[in-house]
Design a protein around this ligand. Structure first.
Ligand code: NOJ
Ligand code: CA
Length: 667
């Protein structure tokens, strides 16, 4: 990406500091390095109080000492203050202001380690850059500690190496055994923080394991169930992702932080003109509800006829694209025996005709590659499959890895990380954007590879179709946890909350867990709308059956909505309780607020609007008697004119939400 403004401060080269410590630009966060008895460690204080007590640094490897015997050779300091831009994102312009310290170490076994620390006003990151005396080795463990100084409440999912679709838990820091990242907590002193990683390439994902009290240690994903010792295979030189800790004084400060993106490299794709956010609908929800199937058992969703119906709907409702799942051959056995064929359409899906029809209506075709986790087979077809898609002018591809292990390796192992990156790069070379399900977690690589638009990687809407479902507070946890890492294809927007439209449908079958008739969506209708704003994704889906949107007055919100956002701000909230967010796209603003199972009223100043402009506000609110459990459908749409001087009382029902569009009056 071109930098619109760069003020790269002079690298204070060779300014060997006598005191290896680093202060954030605003002077509030301090990181101190030490290497006592040859063992590197760091500690962090915030506003002068200890936040991370002395914690070990290093790795463990076969036949190599990567964690002790070190002597400090050199310490250098530098700082940077620059703004950079990206083709899409919560914010298209991002400020990167940090101080950096590198510490060069060496031990008698010939291991050289450069530790690179960066401290920002909103947190810190550090990474390991090793140079070994051998050509390769096996990393067996990471020694990085996070010895938090105080206890507090934390929100996380379990540190599983295979699935990230686990329910969130609110637990005391001192009670968590292991956790995935982003691992978010609020200390008893009122400080908010989240541990994660940035710029993960060719290394396993990071989880955390508690050693004692409030002390944690990095736990890298193992290679496979049969090889729990191997974490990574590395060469003579290697560097890890950044270990990151975002720090804020309010919960929304975490959401507004760009630290993860700032620790990633600039864009690697020269021409990004083809990379475009989009709103989409899809032949999808019917399969999850169990009234349609991915293959032709008499209930096939992706038929030519149904495809055209969805394309017509998209064209008539200002929706950019349509996803078709079950368009290809191989679903009868969900890919077992390498049966998925990524260039062979199902017999009742006339691919050329659907493509022609979508083109004629100006609607983008979103292709789908479910691999079932069989990545050996997928990689053997990848070139051909992507070339084939590209020959049709397809730019959007949803991938999926719904199966146990990736060719015998954990989804979140080094093997997995390599695979997802390979697909992203191969897709980029053919101008294809990716939306991955069952992915590795985002670590800000979208800055470098912005064609990797969005992904799942947490419990999404689908769980409401065939399981006891998602807790209402999940939507007020996600923005402060999983979404700190990057966008999520949650797929919001179910209007038929209790699935009334499929009652008595003869096609209905149980295909996974529970029957849809035993399930529902645990929110109000207005919250479904608000989630289009709150749960950021540059590819944003309205996931319900399109029949449930036809003629529905509240669908106007999605018609007006623009997935291509320029600027965003989380306004207020508390983790697991509520959140309000505003986003600007061009001269329009979209506001969303949601709450957990408790109703509440937010006072919202509209001072984010442009001064001197009158806006037409359309408010999609819960009705006075709305309640997610007893009366989820009731909503009220009101319209009024507002300016940046106004303040709104935003009333949210239990499990409810509110969404507002602000359109300049002259339009
Ligand atoms: C799981 C994905 O999350 C879902 O979106 C998809 O429909 C199924 N796998 C089938 O590919
Ligand atoms: Ca999934």
């Amino acid at each position: 990406m071109k930098k619109c403004f760069v003020w790269l401060a002079a690298l204070c080269l060779a300014a060997c500091s006598p005191k290896p410590s680093l202060m954030s630009p605003d002077g509030r966060i301090q990181l101190d390095f030490s290497c006592e008895n040859g063992v590197p460690s760091y500690r962090v204080s915030v506003d002068g109080s200890p936040f991370i007590l002395p914690s070990r640094l290093g790795m463990e490897a076969d036949g190599q000492d990567l964690g002790s015997g070190f002597t400090v050779r050199k310490v250098r300091h530098s700082h940077a203050n620059q703004t950079w831009t990206q083709p899409w994102g919560e914010n298209k312009t991002v400020q990167d202001c940090h101080k950096e310290m590198t510490v060069e170490l060496e031990n008698p076994s010939g291991v050289a380690l450069l530790l690179r620390f960066r401290v920002f006003d909103d947190g810190l990151g550090f990474r390991y850059e090793y140079s070994l005396p051998v050509d390769s080795t096996v990393i067996t463990d990471e020694l990085t500690g996070f010895n938090f100084a105080a206890d507090g409440d934390s929100w996380s999912i379990v540190g599983d190496f295979e699935s990230y679709e686990k329910p969130y838990r609110k637990m005391r820091l001192s009670d968590v055994d292991n956790a995935n990242t982003p691992f978010t907590f609020r200390t008893d002193g009122g400080l908010y923080a989240s541990v994660h990683e940035a710029a993960l390439y060719d290394f396993p994902e990071l989880t955390l394991r508690r050693s004692e009290g409030t002390s944690y240690v990095a736990a890298l994903a193992c290679d496979s169930p049969s090889d729990r010792r191997t974490k990574a295979l590395v060469g003579k030189t290697f560097q890890t992702s950044w270990r990151t800790v975002q720090i804020a004084r309010e919960a929304v400060g975490l959401v507004n932080s760009s630290l993860i993106l700032n620790l990633n490299e600039p864009c690697a794709i020269e021409d990004v003109s083809w990379i475009k956010p989009a709103k989409y609908v899809g032949v999808w929800w019917g399969m999850h509800l169990g009234i349609e199937a991915w293959y032709d058992d008499g209930r096939h969703g992706a038929t030519t006829e149904n495809a055209k119906r969805y394309i017509d709907f998209a064209a008539a409702n200002n929706v950019d694209g349509v996803l078709f799942e079950g368009w290809n051959d191989g679903w009868e056995t969900w890919g077992n025996g390498e049966s998925f064929n990524f260039t062979k359409p199902a017999p009742d899906f006339d691919f050329d005709e659907v493509l022609r029809y979508a083109d004629s209506k100006g609607v983008a075709y979103i292709l789908h590659h479910e691999t079932g986790g069989n990545v050996l087979d997928y990689e053997s077809q990848l070139d051909t499959a992507l070339d084939w898609a590209s020959s049709y002018g397809i730019h959007y591809l949803k991938t999926g890895y719904a199966g146990w292990l990736l060719a015998g390796h954990y989804h979140h192992s080094q093997y997995g990380v390599r695979h997802y990156q390979k697909v992203a790069e191969e897709a980029a070379s053919r101008q294809i954007m990716i939306d991955a399900h069952e992915p590795i977690k985002p670590t800000g690589i979208r800055r470098t590879w912005p064609n990797f638009m969005t992904r799942e990687g947490a419990r999404g809407m689908e769980w409401n179709a065939w399981s006891t479902g998602i807790d209402p507070a999940h939507h007020e946890i996600l923005p402060y946890t999983r979404l700190l890492a990057g966008p999520m294809d949650y797929t919001p927007g179910v209007f038929d909350i209790e699935y009334r439209s499929i009652e008595g449908d003869p096609r209905l079958k149980v295909w996974n867990g529970l029957s849809a008739t035993e399930c529902r969506v645990p929110t109000t209708l207005a919250k479904q709308i608000a989630n289009w704003v709150v749960l950021y994704s540059p590819l944003q889906m309205a996931c319900d059956l399109v029949d449930n949107y036809e003629g529905h007055p509240a669908f106007q919100f999605f018609r007006d909505f623009d997935a291509d956002c320029d600027w965003s701000k989380a306004l207020q909230g508390e983790i697991g309780e509520y959140i309000s967010v505003v986003r600007r796209s061009g001269d329009r603003f979209f506001y969303g607020a949601t709450t957990d199972a408790s109703g509440r009223t937010l006072t919202e100043k509209l001072d984010f609007l442009q001064p001197g402009i009158r806006y037409h506000a359309t408010i999609y609110a819960d009705a006075p008697d709305t309640d997610w459990q007893t009366n989820p459908y009731a909503y009220v749409i009101t319209e009024r004119e507002v300016t940046d001087d106004d303040t709104l009382e935003v009333v949210l029902a239990p499990g409810g939400g509110q969404a507002i569009t602000f359109i300049p009056v002259s339009h």
